[in-house]
Design a protein around this ligand. Structure first.
Ligand SMILES: *Cc1c(COP(=O)(O)O)cnc(C)c1O
Length: 397
């Protein structure tokens, strides 16, 4: 996952060029910038890479969600379905829009379960947000089929799977919109940053205007008088765009490197009795930022995690994770808000309540699930050490 490992001369020089031009803003300064629009270039390059018509760079993966939700018109009275295994940003942005997050179970892909999705749809459902978790695809075609049957749009949170594909099609381009994150631990990083991608021209223009205080972006770019609606400021700056472009050039090599490491680890892990791998709908499109697997039960997962840790190869135990696991989002369950009125949990039409035990299948799956985040810097020596850790754990089982 970590593009930060490969931050180098290319990024440094790209930022230096921006500083030499002395234009840090993505818009205006037409004379000073000598025709160079770095954020715009990054957007074009990413859209080409992902095979979609439009990309809008923003300040983070979280503001990408905010901008996309606004563009889709989501707000109070609307239910938005997402999954109980994701980063908190996914549902924070739904709450922040005044809409109601509805949580679905995950399946063995560690992503939204299409069957539970069908069960959670109500006459208030206005959007479905599957999250392509930890580098690989959800059952996005099945999810699209359910969504299409009910006429509900899909927006894909692709923050953790930048560069991933399913049957050759970029993740984030199956639904109406996709969102990406370039934060410090994501595959492609510019320190902070995000992107909204879409093939829908009108949604793109709405997103572009909303992320820039609603300023009219038709037809000449920016600076026209007038606004169609109120907006916000989620603009990426030129230094972030420069780093993003340099990182994008490295992305194919990053993915290739991660895939090779993952294949070696997978082979070694196959020796662990009872272990099954996370289902990846299309191995060729896996970004391989993580390798994830299930043990037969929570107890065996705990035992393996302890043994691996003892031998210097500690995995991530998702059962106790507080950032991504629904069962441990204490502030969501308590309805804790910094806002005096208690909004967005306390609402005139009725308060929102989230029971930590509401997603038993997700909880059970995560209790059995372990992962390693695959680092670009893992060389042969490191792989040998990890293979030994696996072998020693098996022999001590
Ligand atoms: C990282 C992440 C985000 C938020 O991205 P930021 O750039 O950190 O704001 C949203 N959704 C998921 C699934 C993420 O992993």
């Amino acid at each position: 996952m970590p593009g930060f490992e490969w931050l180098g001369e290319e990024e440094k020089n790209a930022v230096a060029e921006v500083m030499e031009r002395k234009v840090l803003f993505r818009y205006e300064f037409a004379n000073e910038r000598k025709g160079v629009y770095t954020v715009r270039e990054f957007e074009k390059a990413y859209a080409d890479f992902a095979g979609c018509s439009h990309a809008l760079a923003v300040t983070s993966g979280t503001t990408a969600l905010k901008v996309a939700l606004a563009s889709l018109g989501i707000g109070p009275g609307d239910e938005v379905i997402t999954q109980g295994f994701t980063f908190v940003a996914t549902w924070e942005s739904i709450l922040d829009a005044g809409a109601t997050p509805v949580f679905c179970e995950i399946d063995d892909t560690l992503c939204l379960d299409p069957e539970d999705l069908e069960a959670k749809i109500t006459d208030k459902t206005r959007l479905i947000i599957p999250v392509h978790m930890m580098g690989a695809a959800a059952r996005i075609k099945e999810i699209m089929a359910v969504a299409d049957k009910h006429g509900i749009p899909v927006m894909e949170d692709t923050a953790q799977s930048v560069g991933g594909t399913l049957d050759g099609k970029a993740l984030g381009t199956f639904g109406r919109m996709g969102t990406l994150s370039f934060d410090p631990v994501k595959t492609l990083t510019c320190g902070e940053g995000g992107m909204v991608i879409t093939n829908d021209e009108e949604l793109y223009v709405r997103a572009s205007e909303y992320h820039d205080h609603g300023h009219d972006h038709r037809p000449v770019g920016r600076g026209n008088e007038g606004r169609r609606f109120y907006g916000f400021n989620c603009r990426m700056n030129e230094m972030q765009g420069a780093v993003g472009l340099a990182q994008l050039a490295k992305l194919p090599k990053m993915l290739e490197t991660q895939k090779q490491t993952k294949a070696a680890l997978k082979e070694a892990l196959e020796r662990v009795p009872g272990l099954t791998f996370r289902h990846v709908p299309d191995e060729a499109g896996d970004t391989a930022t993580f390798i994830s697997w299930f043990m037969p039960d929570a107890e065996q997962a705990k035992k393996l995690a302890e043994l691996l840790a003892k031998h210097g190869a500690a995995p991530v135990p998702w059962g106790v994770n507080t950032w991504h696991n629904y069962a441990h989002w204490e502030h969501l369950h308590a309805g804790s808000s910094v806002i005096r009125s208690g909004w967005p949990f306390k609402r005139p039409e009725g308060d929102l309540n989230y029971d930590p035990a509401a997603l038993p299948r997700t909880t059970a799956l995560l209790d059995r699930c372990l992962s390693w985040q695959i680092m670009l810097g893992w060389d042969e020596d490191k792989l040998k050490q990890m293979t030994q850790a696996i072998n020693q754990s098996v022999s001590e089982w």
